[in-house]
Design a protein around this ligand. Structure first.
Ligand SMILES: O=P(O)(O)OC[C@H]1O[C@H](OP(=O)(O)OP(=O)(O)O)[C@H](O)[C@@H]1O
Ligand SMILES: Nc1nc2[nH]cnc2c(=O)[nH]1
Ligand SMILES: [Mg+2]
Length: 160
């Protein structure tokens, strides 16, 4: 999704992220066992760490791909892939939006199980397991991309 079409933001706290990643682990129990986890960098790193802890999987690798520059969708660039067809592997990313990243990774690892915490409608058919669906015009703000700052008082925000 590009900046122009994103109309609302959905901030996610560390606590919420942790809770949702644990919920994902619970759901994935039925789809395993998995021989290892592949985190899609960078967004999949934190969710993959939590799922690896919950599923007691110590073999964790990365599939390094860059699709967005800030909020602008581009051509996905593979910086590091994974050998093989993905048999027995669990791929974790933070979300699917347009599905461009997921389509690329699935093409490389067709036998792997693909899981995300969040899914938007366009990317949803590309994910095997996810926890929360958000609308296509929502931009999810992850805790690693945000910092607390002073908020403008409500009275000052009201147009008179
Ligand atoms: O379904 P799509 O439209 O492909 O969007 C989803 C991808 O976009 C983000 O990654 P990004 O390329 O921004 O890199 P990052 O994970 O390093 O932040 C996100 O982490 C997913 O990997
Ligand atoms: N942080 C973030 N990255 C994205 N990449 C594609 N869609 C999104 C989104 O909604 N939030
Ligand atoms: Mg990513």
């Amino acid at each position: 999704m590009t900046t122009k079409s994103a109309q609302r933001t959905f901030p996610v706290s560390w606590e919420e992220l942790h809770r949702n990643a644990k919920a994902l682990a619970w759901r994935l129990i039925e789809s395993g066992p998995f021989t290892g986890i592949v985190a899609i960098t960078r967004g999949g790193l934190v969710p993959a760490a939590i799922v690896a802890r919950e599923l007691e999987i110590r073999l964790v690798d990365t599939f390094c791909v860059a699709t967005y520059d800030d909020r602008t969708l581009g051509q996905p660039q593979i910086l590091k892939g994974i050998e093989g067809d993905g048999t027995g592997l669990l791929i974790i990313d933070d979300l699917v939006d347009t599905g461009v990243t997921a389509r690329l990774v699935r093409g490389q690892l067709p036998k792997a199980h693909f899981a995300t915490i969040y899914a938007k409608p366009a990317g949803r058919p590309l994910v095997d397991t996810f926890i929360t669906e958000v609308s296509q015009d929502t931009w999810i703000l992850f805790p690693w991309d945000t910092e607390p700052q002073s908020a403008v008082p409500v009275a000052k925000q009201v147009l008179r």
